[in-house]
Design a protein around this ligand. Sequence first.
Ligand code: PXP
Length: 255
Amino acid sequence: MSGRTATDLRLGVNIDHVATIRNARGGDHPDPVRAAEMAAAAGANGITAHLREDRRHIRDHDIERLMGEIDLPLNLEMAATEEMLAIALRHRPHAVCIVPERREEVTTEGGLDAAGQHNHLKSFVTRLTDVGIRVSLFINADALQLQAAVSLGAPVVELHTGAYAHAGDEGDAAKFAAELERLAASAHAGAAMGLEVHAGHGLTFDNVSAVAALREIRELNIGHFLIGEAIFDGLPATIARMRDLMDKARAEARP
Ligand code: PXP
């Protein structure tokens, strides 16, 4: 991903929930592509969008427009299905992040079982990488899953920060520290295995700094909090503040 960055930590802005609000009324407003333009101007390095099987937020036409109208690289999140693969191969986004998807879930609740689904995932990773799409696997911070990513030939993993974020929301300091430690260990191990390590899910102004300080993490993907906070402070100011918190944490992190 390119873009303005004071440090080597990139910010991918997930715009799914602009589409959630749009879809609540069935019209065209608010437009997620306009949000992507604003995110680019405010310091995002990439745009992330999850095309779900049920199209509850981002829709096919949004992907087409994001590819055509936005200068930043697109990270398309998708389940490993033939339908989604065909869409990715047609649009050729910069990156595809393969995520687990269950129809009844509110959001992507856990990481992909890359180890358990090795045979199913292998052909998806191969067919995407063969055409030059950078493939990332959204996994829990777990050694087995990191090894599976390497054996699948995925160049990138995104560590699921949901358990870490949730522990913070619940005020469970011990679990929060343990989950951060798990993220730190996996970021370190993943980088040592040659993987590019990203992270995301549930990140906010309050919990982003400790994750941003993990030097092996190269990119954070953040959505729901940014779009929600933008209601109060506007999208540019919200993204700029997140960027500043990330850059400050990174600059002050242990070498
Ligand atoms: N990364 C991945 C792979 C995701 O699936 C999501 C949620 O769609 C995010 C990051 C962003 O999570 P949040 O919206 O909680 O910031």
